[in-house]
Design a protein around this ligand. Structure first.
Ligand code: SF4
Ligand code: MG
Length: 323
Protein backbone atom coordinates (compact mmCIF):
# COMPACT_ATOMS: atom_id res chain seq x y z
CA UNK A 1 0.00 0.00 0.00
CA UNK A 2 1.18 3.51 -0.68
CA UNK A 3 1.54 6.03 2.10
CA UNK A 4 -1.23 8.58 2.63
CA UNK A 5 0.83 10.57 5.11
CA UNK A 6 4.60 10.57 5.64
CA UNK A 7 5.99 11.83 8.94
CA UNK A 8 9.72 12.52 9.10
CA UNK A 9 11.95 13.59 11.99
CA UNK A 10 9.08 15.07 13.91
CA UNK A 11 10.03 16.78 17.16
CA UNK A 12 8.23 18.71 19.84
CA UNK A 13 10.49 20.33 22.41
CA UNK A 14 9.16 22.57 25.16
CA UNK A 15 11.86 24.96 26.38
CA UNK A 16 12.37 25.18 30.13
CA UNK A 17 14.76 27.36 32.05
CA UNK A 18 16.74 25.98 34.92
CA UNK A 19 19.97 26.55 36.80
CA UNK A 20 21.21 29.79 38.32
CA UNK A 21 18.95 32.67 37.18
CA UNK A 22 17.43 30.38 34.57
CA UNK A 23 20.56 30.58 32.46
CA UNK A 24 20.68 26.95 31.51
CA UNK A 25 18.48 26.35 28.50
CA UNK A 26 16.92 22.97 28.59
CA UNK A 27 13.96 21.41 26.84
CA UNK A 28 11.38 18.78 27.53
CA UNK A 29 11.55 16.48 24.56
CA UNK A 30 7.88 15.47 24.37
CA UNK A 31 8.43 13.96 20.93
CA UNK A 32 12.03 13.33 19.99
CA UNK A 33 12.60 12.77 16.29
CA UNK A 34 10.07 10.21 15.13
CA UNK A 35 9.34 9.01 11.59
CA UNK A 36 6.59 6.78 10.25
CA UNK A 37 4.17 6.39 7.33
CA UNK A 38 0.42 6.03 7.45
CA UNK A 39 -0.54 3.75 4.57
CA UNK A 40 -3.82 4.26 2.74
CA UNK A 41 -6.66 2.36 4.38
CA UNK A 42 -4.68 0.97 7.32
CA UNK A 43 -5.07 1.37 11.05
CA UNK A 44 -1.78 2.46 12.55
CA UNK A 45 -1.72 2.00 16.31
CA UNK A 46 0.35 4.29 18.52
CA UNK A 47 0.78 2.75 21.94
CA UNK A 48 2.60 3.63 25.14
CA UNK A 49 2.04 4.80 28.70
CA UNK A 50 0.72 8.26 29.50
CA UNK A 51 3.26 11.00 28.83
CA UNK A 52 5.13 9.05 26.13
CA UNK A 53 4.26 11.62 23.44
CA UNK A 54 1.53 9.77 21.57
CA UNK A 55 -1.15 12.46 22.06
CA UNK A 56 1.33 15.21 21.18
CA UNK A 57 2.07 13.30 17.96
CA UNK A 58 -1.65 13.14 17.15
CA UNK A 59 -2.06 16.84 17.87
CA UNK A 60 0.87 17.75 15.61
CA UNK A 61 -0.72 15.77 12.77
CA UNK A 62 -3.95 17.68 13.36
CA UNK A 63 -1.96 20.92 13.41
CA UNK A 64 -3.27 21.70 16.88
CA UNK A 65 0.32 21.77 18.19
CA UNK A 66 3.24 23.25 16.23
CA UNK A 67 6.17 20.87 15.79
CA UNK A 68 9.62 22.12 16.71
CA UNK A 69 11.01 20.38 13.62
CA UNK A 70 10.09 17.82 11.00
CA UNK A 71 7.75 17.30 8.07
CA UNK A 72 4.24 15.94 7.63
CA UNK A 73 3.68 15.17 3.96
CA UNK A 74 0.21 14.62 2.51
CA UNK A 75 -0.43 14.33 -1.24
CA UNK A 76 3.06 15.60 -1.99
CA UNK A 77 2.77 18.70 0.19
CA UNK A 78 4.41 19.40 3.53
CA UNK A 79 1.39 20.39 5.60
CA UNK A 80 3.61 22.45 7.88
CA UNK A 81 4.42 24.88 5.07
CA UNK A 82 0.82 25.55 4.10
CA UNK A 83 -0.91 28.75 5.09
CA UNK A 84 -4.29 30.45 4.89
CA UNK A 85 -6.87 29.10 2.46
CA UNK A 86 -4.67 26.24 1.25
CA UNK A 87 -4.11 25.00 4.80
CA UNK A 88 -7.81 25.29 5.56
CA UNK A 89 -8.63 23.23 2.47
CA UNK A 90 -6.06 20.49 3.08
CA UNK A 91 -6.64 20.07 6.79
CA UNK A 92 -10.25 19.10 6.12
CA UNK A 93 -8.83 15.72 5.12
CA UNK A 94 -7.63 15.12 8.68
CA UNK A 95 -10.18 14.86 11.47
CA UNK A 96 -9.98 13.89 15.10
CA UNK A 97 -12.05 11.82 17.49
CA UNK A 98 -11.40 12.76 21.08
CA UNK A 99 -10.92 10.72 24.20
CA UNK A 100 -13.77 12.13 26.17
CA UNK A 101 -17.07 12.56 24.35
CA UNK A 102 -18.42 14.33 27.46
CA UNK A 103 -15.86 17.08 27.28
CA UNK A 104 -15.68 17.48 23.51
CA UNK A 105 -19.38 18.09 22.81
CA UNK A 106 -21.17 21.28 23.76
CA UNK A 107 -24.07 20.07 25.95
CA UNK A 108 -26.22 23.06 24.95
CA UNK A 109 -26.13 22.25 21.25
CA UNK A 110 -28.52 19.87 19.52
CA UNK A 111 -27.10 16.83 17.78
CA UNK A 112 -27.99 18.38 14.44
CA UNK A 113 -26.13 21.59 15.28
CA UNK A 114 -23.05 19.69 16.46
CA UNK A 115 -22.77 17.58 13.31
CA UNK A 116 -23.66 20.50 11.05
CA UNK A 117 -21.08 22.86 12.52
CA UNK A 118 -18.08 21.78 10.40
CA UNK A 119 -20.26 22.06 7.27
CA UNK A 120 -21.15 25.65 8.15
CA UNK A 121 -17.52 26.52 8.94
CA UNK A 122 -16.42 25.13 5.60
CA UNK A 123 -18.95 27.13 3.61
CA UNK A 124 -21.78 24.73 2.77
CA UNK A 125 -24.42 27.42 2.25
CA UNK A 126 -27.48 25.34 1.29
CA UNK A 127 -29.48 24.56 4.40
CA UNK A 128 -31.19 21.59 2.81
CA UNK A 129 -27.92 20.12 1.61
CA UNK A 130 -26.54 20.38 5.14
CA UNK A 131 -29.64 18.86 6.64
CA UNK A 132 -29.53 15.89 4.26
CA UNK A 133 -25.87 15.40 5.05
CA UNK A 134 -26.60 15.38 8.80
CA UNK A 135 -29.33 12.73 8.27
CA UNK A 136 -26.94 10.66 6.21
CA UNK A 137 -24.17 10.91 8.83
CA UNK A 138 -26.47 9.98 11.70
CA UNK A 139 -27.58 6.89 9.82
CA UNK A 140 -23.97 6.00 9.02
CA UNK A 141 -22.96 5.96 12.71
CA UNK A 142 -26.13 4.22 13.90
CA UNK A 143 -27.95 7.17 15.49
CA UNK A 144 -31.70 7.46 15.16
CA UNK A 145 -32.62 10.53 13.07
CA UNK A 146 -35.60 11.28 15.35
CA UNK A 147 -33.05 12.32 17.94
CA UNK A 148 -31.44 15.08 15.90
CA UNK A 149 -33.09 17.85 17.87
CA UNK A 150 -32.14 16.55 21.29
CA UNK A 151 -29.13 17.79 23.21
CA UNK A 152 -25.81 16.01 23.70
CA UNK A 153 -26.27 15.79 27.49
CA UNK A 154 -29.32 13.55 27.02
CA UNK A 155 -27.19 10.81 25.50
CA UNK A 156 -25.10 8.00 26.93
CA UNK A 157 -21.32 7.89 26.52
CA UNK A 158 -21.42 5.48 23.60
CA UNK A 159 -23.99 7.55 21.76
CA UNK A 160 -22.02 10.71 22.37
CA UNK A 161 -18.99 9.06 20.86
CA UNK A 162 -21.14 8.21 17.81
CA UNK A 163 -22.04 11.91 17.59
CA UNK A 164 -18.35 12.80 17.74
CA UNK A 165 -17.62 10.31 14.96
CA UNK A 166 -20.44 11.68 12.78
CA UNK A 167 -19.06 15.18 13.20
CA UNK A 168 -15.55 14.00 12.32
CA UNK A 169 -16.89 12.41 9.12
CA UNK A 170 -18.92 15.43 8.01
CA UNK A 171 -16.29 16.77 5.61
CA UNK A 172 -15.31 13.42 4.07
CA UNK A 173 -11.86 13.14 5.66
CA UNK A 174 -9.20 10.64 4.59
CA UNK A 175 -7.40 10.34 7.92
CA UNK A 176 -9.05 9.98 11.32
CA UNK A 177 -6.88 10.50 14.37
CA UNK A 178 -8.55 8.77 17.29
CA UNK A 179 -6.95 9.58 20.65
CA UNK A 180 -8.10 7.04 23.27
CA UNK A 181 -11.57 7.06 21.68
CA UNK A 182 -13.00 4.32 23.89
CA UNK A 183 -11.05 4.76 27.14
CA UNK A 184 -13.84 6.76 28.80
CA UNK A 185 -16.52 4.17 27.91
CA UNK A 186 -17.80 1.06 29.68
CA UNK A 187 -16.11 -2.12 28.47
CA UNK A 188 -19.39 -3.38 26.95
CA UNK A 189 -19.72 -0.20 24.90
CA UNK A 190 -16.05 -0.14 23.83
CA UNK A 191 -16.53 -3.11 21.51
CA UNK A 192 -19.51 -1.47 19.80
CA UNK A 193 -17.55 1.69 19.05
CA UNK A 194 -14.47 -0.23 17.88
CA UNK A 195 -16.71 -2.30 15.56
CA UNK A 196 -18.35 0.86 14.25
CA UNK A 197 -14.93 2.36 13.47
CA UNK A 198 -13.95 -0.82 11.62
CA UNK A 199 -17.19 -0.83 9.58
CA UNK A 200 -16.74 2.83 8.68
CA UNK A 201 -13.17 2.18 7.60
CA UNK A 202 -14.33 -0.53 5.18
CA UNK A 203 -17.21 1.54 3.82
CA UNK A 204 -15.34 4.80 3.43
CA UNK A 205 -11.74 3.68 2.86
CA UNK A 206 -10.54 5.63 5.88
CA UNK A 207 -7.03 5.60 7.30
CA UNK A 208 -6.77 5.60 11.10
CA UNK A 209 -4.11 6.73 13.50
CA UNK A 210 -5.38 4.98 16.62
CA UNK A 211 -3.79 6.19 19.87
CA UNK A 212 -4.21 4.11 23.03
CA UNK A 213 -2.46 2.90 26.15
CA UNK A 214 -4.49 -0.32 25.98
CA UNK A 215 -2.55 -3.15 24.34
CA UNK A 216 -5.62 -5.36 23.94
CA UNK A 217 -7.56 -2.74 21.99
CA UNK A 218 -4.47 -1.86 19.94
CA UNK A 219 -4.02 -5.54 19.09
CA UNK A 220 -7.65 -5.85 18.07
CA UNK A 221 -7.80 -2.85 15.77
CA UNK A 222 -4.32 -2.21 14.31
CA UNK A 223 -2.61 -3.38 11.14
CA UNK A 224 0.74 -1.89 12.15
CA UNK A 225 1.88 -0.52 15.48
CA UNK A 226 4.49 1.87 16.84
CA UNK A 227 5.44 1.61 20.52
CA UNK A 228 6.49 4.88 22.14
CA UNK A 229 8.58 5.48 25.25
CA UNK A 230 9.65 8.92 26.51
CA UNK A 231 9.06 10.65 23.18
CA UNK A 232 10.73 7.97 21.04
CA UNK A 233 9.42 5.18 18.84
CA UNK A 234 11.21 2.13 20.25
CA UNK A 235 9.59 -0.51 18.04
CA UNK A 236 7.50 -0.43 14.85
CA UNK A 237 6.05 -3.49 13.19
CA UNK A 238 3.05 -5.27 11.77
CA UNK A 239 0.58 -6.26 14.48
CA UNK A 240 1.14 -9.97 13.94
CA UNK A 241 4.93 -9.75 14.32
CA UNK A 242 4.79 -7.39 17.26
CA UNK A 243 2.58 -9.62 19.38
CA UNK A 244 4.11 -12.92 18.26
CA UNK A 245 7.68 -11.77 18.60
CA UNK A 246 8.20 -8.47 20.40
CA UNK A 247 11.87 -7.45 20.12
CA UNK A 248 12.23 -4.45 22.40
CA UNK A 249 12.44 -5.25 26.14
CA UNK A 250 9.82 -2.53 26.80
CA UNK A 251 7.36 -4.05 24.31
CA UNK A 252 8.06 -7.49 25.79
CA UNK A 253 7.12 -6.17 29.24
CA UNK A 254 3.95 -4.44 28.00
CA UNK A 255 2.75 -7.54 26.16
CA UNK A 256 3.57 -9.81 29.09
CA UNK A 257 1.26 -7.70 31.26
CA UNK A 258 -1.86 -8.15 29.09
CA UNK A 259 -4.38 -10.11 31.14
CA UNK A 260 -4.91 -13.55 29.56
CA UNK A 261 -8.21 -15.29 30.24
CA UNK A 262 -6.72 -18.72 29.46
CA UNK A 263 -5.39 -20.27 32.71
CA UNK A 264 -3.10 -22.54 30.68
CA UNK A 265 -1.38 -19.49 29.22
CA UNK A 266 1.60 -19.45 31.54
CA UNK A 267 3.58 -16.65 29.98
CA UNK A 268 5.53 -14.95 32.69
CA UNK A 269 4.73 -11.36 33.50
CA UNK A 270 7.80 -9.12 33.23
CA UNK A 271 7.74 -6.57 36.02
CA UNK A 272 9.72 -3.42 35.28
CA UNK A 273 11.66 -1.77 38.04
CA UNK A 274 11.16 1.90 38.85
CA UNK A 275 8.95 4.50 37.22
CA UNK A 276 9.10 6.26 33.90
CA UNK A 277 11.81 8.93 34.29
CA UNK A 278 10.73 12.57 34.19
CA UNK A 279 10.82 13.92 30.64
CA UNK A 280 12.50 17.00 32.16
CA UNK A 281 15.42 14.84 33.03
CA UNK A 282 15.56 11.91 30.61
CA UNK A 283 18.32 9.31 30.95
CA UNK A 284 21.36 9.54 28.67
CA UNK A 285 21.87 6.73 26.19
CA UNK A 286 18.89 4.46 25.73
CA UNK A 287 15.85 6.19 27.24
CA UNK A 288 14.74 2.82 28.66
CA UNK A 289 18.02 1.80 30.30
CA UNK A 290 16.98 2.75 33.86
CA UNK A 291 14.23 0.11 33.76
CA UNK A 292 15.52 -2.40 31.27
CA UNK A 293 16.13 -5.94 32.59
CA UNK A 294 18.61 -6.57 29.74
CA UNK A 295 20.63 -3.33 29.77
CA UNK A 296 24.27 -3.49 28.63
CA UNK A 297 27.05 -1.08 29.60
CA UNK A 298 26.81 0.80 26.33
CA UNK A 299 23.06 1.40 26.89
CA UNK A 300 23.90 4.08 29.48
CA UNK A 301 25.90 6.15 27.01
CA UNK A 302 24.80 5.43 23.48
CA UNK A 303 21.27 5.98 22.20
CA UNK A 304 20.13 3.15 19.92
CA UNK A 305 18.53 4.16 16.63
CA UNK A 306 15.43 2.60 15.16
CA UNK A 307 16.55 0.14 12.50
CA UNK A 308 15.02 -2.68 10.50
CA UNK A 309 15.75 -6.02 12.16
CA UNK A 310 13.45 -8.13 10.03
CA UNK A 311 11.30 -7.21 7.05
CA UNK A 312 9.00 -4.37 8.20
CA UNK A 313 10.01 -4.88 11.84
CA UNK A 314 12.01 -1.99 13.30
CA UNK A 315 13.52 -1.78 16.77
CA UNK A 316 15.71 0.71 18.65
CA UNK A 317 17.81 -1.50 20.94
CA UNK A 318 21.49 -2.39 21.23
CA UNK A 319 20.68 -6.08 21.69
CA UNK A 320 20.11 -6.24 17.96
CA UNK A 321 23.04 -4.21 16.69
CA UNK A 322 26.33 -5.87 15.80
CA UNK A 323 29.21 -5.15 18.20
FE1 SF4 B 1 17.56 -2.31 27.10
FE2 SF4 B 1 19.88 -1.51 26.10
FE3 SF4 B 1 17.97 -2.31 24.47
FE4 SF4 B 1 17.77 0.01 25.78
S1 SF4 B 1 19.25 -0.52 24.23
S2 SF4 B 1 16.17 -1.50 25.53
S3 SF4 B 1 18.69 -0.50 27.72
S4 SF4 B 1 19.03 -3.55 26.00
MG1 MG C 1 -2.84 11.13 25.97
Amino acid sequence: REPLVTVRNLKKYYPIRSGFLGRKNKAIKAVDNISFDLKKGETFGLVGESGCGKSTTGRMLMMLTDPTEGTITFEGKNMLNLKGEQLRKERRSFQMIFQDPYASLNPKMTIRAIIEEPLIIHGFKEKEERSNRVDELMKLVGLNQDQADRHAHEFSGGQRQRIGIARALALNPQLIIADEPVSALDVSIQAQIVNLLQDLQKKLGLTYLFISHDLSIIEHISDRIAVMYLGNIVELSTKTDLYAQPLHPYTQALISAIPRPDPLDKREKIVLKGDIPSPENPPAGCPFHTRCPKALDKCRVEKPILSEKQSEHFVACHLYTQP
